[in-house]
Design a protein around this ligand. Sequence first.
Ligand SMILES: Cc1ncc(COP(=O)(O)O)c(C=O)c1O
Length: 380
Amino acid sequence: MKLFDVYPINDINITHAKGSKVWDDQQRQYLDLYGGHAVISIGHTHPHWVHRIEEQLKKIAFYSNSIKIPIQEELAQKLGEISGKKDYQLFLCNSGAEANENALKLASFHTGRKKIIAFSKSFHGRTSLAVAATDNPSILAPVNQTDNVIFLPFNDTSALEETFKKNGNEIAAVIVEGIQGVGGINVAENSFLLSIRKNCDQYGAVYIADSVQCGYGRSGKFFSHDYAGVNADIYTMAKGMGNGFPIGGIIIAPHLKPKHGMLGTTFGGNHLACAAALAVLEVIEKENLIQHAEQVGEYLSASLKSISSLTGVRGRGLMIGFDVPDHLKNLKKNLLFKHKIFTGEAKPNVIRLLPSLALTMEDASYFIQQLKLAIEQYQD
Ligand SMILES: Cc1ncc(COP(=O)(O)O)c(C=O)c1O
């Protein structure tokens, strides 16, 4: 049997990893500023995370949600403390798409409505409604097409208000990334998020903050929406939540009431996933990683802005993007193969930095130095 070929892949076999470094099967070392697509939050193979998972594995890895699983409550407690959303309710699942799917479904149950507002350049995942709310027709199968999603321009407050004025009573939810990731690192303006909050309140719609990529401390605050001083009704999370152990979740404001059977999952919230997620939060707290991400992010952004051939440096904390001019179109490839540095990309010409929140200043400054070299050396 061979693999179903859905990904363009780099010819590199990573065999081990530590912190922000990974090594291939030839023992070559790479600096990882991509984190396997924003997943590595506290650093690869962090000893506390490994220990927590190992200890849990020896006791019990899985039992279904038909029994009490106290480690879920421990996780909810810790997440409430660190995110500042103490009175929210936690529902656990396995991935970002699933988190968004559950959030949208819950909003529809809550309001009894069908329409969703999503935005240009959004990415919310590849399952049915999540992909329908994603602004990329090329990944939408005919069966996922629906008239229930209304796309509006991102950061366009007038378009948002207009739509609410016209169709407000049909809108179940607005789903928005605080910083668009796949769309190319586009920061939602505070005034835009405040307007989403205001309109959702006025028309009884649910504000869903897709924090799968921009959440969990990456932006320098726990949720990037916190910069606007708003509370969303539902936050969706995955990626950094498990530092590579698959886990996703949604946190739900207290006015949204649960009912048995409303949401459900077999694997979501299993013992092992909760142990991994708790380890992540414990390390974030102990190592002060959110503040660290903000500081290292500031240094990286300022350094990038000082490189004249790069434009449009943007983002917050350790979620940073910049535009690469045509004459440097191979920059990402050169960084990887010649300088041994992983970075991310967004089409057509954006480099995305999504490192671990524990990236050291030393590694950040090494990256800037290598980036400058790459720009000087390979003008192709
Ligand atoms: C903002 C956002 N939402 C949802 C998802 C989907 O997450 P997953 O791939 O875990 O289903 C992604 C993945 O890149 C994402 O960036």
